[in-house]
Design a protein around this ligand. Sequence first.
Ligand code: SAM
Length: 293
Amino acid sequence: MAQLATPSAVRAVLEKYNVHLRRSLGQNFLVDANIVRKIAAAAGLEKDDLVFEIGPGTGVLTGVLATEAGRVVALEIDRSLLPVLAETLAGLDNVTVLHRDAMQADLDELAAAAAPDAAGRPYKLVANLPYYITTPLIMRLLEKRFNISRLVVMVQLEVAARLAAAPGGKDYGALSVAVQYYTEPEMLFRVPRTVFLPRPEVDSAVVRLERRPAPAVAVPDEELFFALVRGAFGQRRKTAGNALAGSGVMPGWSRAQWEQALSAAGIALGRRGETLGLAEFAALCRVCAAGGG
Ligand code: SAM
């Protein structure tokens, strides 16, 4: 499959099947065999693994995944790529390509259909994600609590930095908290824009998200926890107290009530939202859920 990972091979196969690249679907295809191998290696696949791929494109990564895993299920939204995949993946009997929108698919259901004998066993997910839905797609996969043990995803460099950011830095935000609530993220390596066809405007990075057995912090009410996170980050230049007082979370609460709640959660009043760690948001959530400070 590595021989497919060159600009001329990708161009030739797309031309053969009259496929027109669609930027609106985030179609930036990998044309570097070394990067393809590195992404697959980062997933640490084993012979009995089921692995999902989102957006197989020309199948350049799919083929390598198929040689390392037990079974690959690849979801591609663009119907015009299906004949391409039928050619590039011919002979690999452990690959199933499905014409599906990953934003709608129920991966647990598809996993049970693909590997009925392994019902309930966690699976892995590897993808060079389409840029236009990177964040909502990652959030959907986590919030749906699909039975994924590990995600290895290539995303824009700037998103990778946000996924793995620690409190206090410019990259830390609501996305960092949400992803770190469900997983342990690790930024693995940077990928230059030159290895894609067509070339995107920005560089990328590969990130591994290791699903935690249980969320990083215990909260009495997840919806409230994430509302507090969004509220505190809503106005970055304000203190957490000011941002939350104007956020509408805990309707009717006065500024003084927010100050009491923050103090009860052990958070100094001058702190800004972007300095608060997960444990602090969880403590604030417990205070709010109990009715205040
Ligand atoms: N895996 C290929 C590679 O690395 O060369 C292609 C990666 S390309 C960045 C993203 C792929 O995702 C494209 O094939 C695109 O058609 C597909 N895609 C875009 N939106 C999708 C969606 N909602 N569900 C499934 N696939 C999608």
